[in-house]
Design a protein around this ligand. Structure first.
Ligand SMILES: NC(=O)C1=CN([C@@H]2O[C@H](COP(=O)(O)OP(=O)(O)OC[C@H]3O[C@@H](n4cnc5c(N)ncnc54)[C@H](OP(=O)(O)O)[C@@H]3O)[C@@H](O)[C@H]2O)C=CC1
Length: 385
């Protein structure tokens, strides 16, 4: 069976890849079970990624950005859905996701292209956000599809570039695809970002300001200068008392982006302008918890029922209630690259770790209160052979 598998793997590689030779193993941080930081394991023998489809590329990772999702995934969040995505027929049964490589952001250099890859070539410097069901970027190489990658902004180095794709694709998905905002219609719209000092918030503030929106942000008092510096027009300190009180005193909003969840839904929707098409989009949804708890089928049914009930309830009050999700997209990153290279959006890197310090990077992430992104430097572009 093993010989057969190796033969098939080699055959697929030859069929879909433009190059003839590849390595078998690579260094990576993996987990073999879910848990705390102690489950992170460094290995020099992780399986080298393989081009399985002709539209895929292999990227040598120069830098990998971390997100709260990595900490949650390390502990098993989303395991049911994500392992099903990796193995739809569940051939290998539960646990097929191990050894699992975390890390959703990558900036690096293309080493190999599948035969159908048209817009990229070997040695192109690219950035991308990696879907959670794929192996991540805390490794020397990662495989991605051509529609998930984009040419890296010229004005950024790899560490800076690796701080953006996941939060950029998330903010784009929730504000543009779900929220309906874009550079043509955003001018003078009033937007409230609940939780503006973290990764998604710091990106969303800059994008909305570049499009002429008026942005109000909630964050702790010691982040006020930080978010104002990124362009926030109005800042409300959520640690100074019930945050809804100062917010109620403000003019109502066209869109609210909720990065916090919890009880915000009890009071935040009343801050929207009713009967004007105003939207509340929350990134904190029970979708993956439901599938982890109830299994895929029941979890999805429960999720659909909850979402429909809430959407209808708020629609009757004249506002739109939506759930927002990260969506990997190379074309969205192409548009964001232009904004970055024009100086409208800058990366906010809070701390850089070396490849040997990955557990330390996770500890930092777990402390929360982010003021930008945590990035792991994996290799230098000059290391590409
Ligand atoms: N559904 C999806 O597909 C996705 C969901 N997410 C979720 O979105 C959320 C935001 O992600 P991200 O920006 O990367 O997270 P971060 O951890 O980078 O940022 C969260 C920020 O919120 C601030 N904060 C915490 N509590 C409050 C509060 N009550 N009011 C206002 N601010 C608060 C924290 O700073 P401080 O308290 O110091 O001010 C912190 O800076 C996370 O919950 C994440 O899991 C993210 C991406 C995709």
């Amino acid at each position: 069976q093993i010989i057969c598998q190796i033969w098939l793997t080699e055959k697929m590689h030859r069929q879909f890849s433009t190059t003839k030779s590849y390595l078998n193993i690579m260094p990576a941080w993996v987990i073999d079970k879910y848990g705390g930081n102690d489950v992170l394991r460094f290995t020099k023998n992780a399986a080298f990624p393989i081009i399985n489809y002709p539209n895929e590329v292999i990227v040598k990772v120069c830098a990998a950005g971390l997100n709260p999702l990595d900490v949650s995934m390390r502990a098993g969040y989303g395991a049911a859905t994500l392992s099903m995505k990796r193995d739809p027929l569940n051939i290998k049964q539960t646990g097929n996701e191990f050894p699992l490589i975390l890390g959703r952001d990558v900036s690096g250099v293309i080493m190999e292209c599948g035969l159908d890859v048209k817009y990229f070539k070997e040695r192109d410097e690219v950035w991308a956000a990696i879907p959670p069901w794929k192996q991540g970027s805390l490794a020397e190489f990662v495989v991605l599809s051509g529609n998930e990658i984009s040419l890296k902004p010229k004005s950024l180095n790899h560490v800076e570039a690796a701080s953006l794709p996941y939060v950029a694709n998330t903010a784009w998905s929730v504000l543009v695809n779900t929220g309906g905002l874009n550079k043509e219609n955003c001018a003078n719209k009033r937007i409230l970002i609940l939780g503006g000092s973290g990764g998604v918030g710091t990106f969303a503030i800059q994008m909305l300001k570049a499009w002429g929106g008026h942005v109000t942000v909630t964050c702790s008092q010691n982040a006020e200068h930080f978010v104002r510096d990124l362009g926030a027009d109005h800042v409300v300190d959520y640690t100074a008392g019930p945050v809804e009180e100062p917010l109620r005193a403000l003019e109502k909003f066209d869109l609210i982006l909720d990065n916090i969840g919890g009880d915000t839904e009890r009071w935040a929707l009343e801050l929207l302008k009713p009967w004007t098409g105003a939207k509340y989009v929350t990134l904190v949804t029970p979708f993956l918890q439901n599938t982890d708890r109830l299994g895929i089928a029941d979890g999805m049914m429960q999720t659909a029922a909850t979402m429909t009930t809430k959407a209808l309830k708020h629609l009757l009050k004249g506002v739109h209630y939506r759930w927002g999700f990260f969506a990997p997209s190379g074309p969205a990153l192409d548009e964001i690259r232009e904004m970055v290279d024009e100086g409208q959006i800058r990366p906010v890197v809070e701390e850089i770790f070396s490849f040997s310090q990955v557990p330390k990077a996770f500890e930092k992430m777990e402390r929360g209160h982010a003021r930008g992104k945590t990035v792991v430097q994996i290799s230098k572009p000059g290391d590409v052979s």
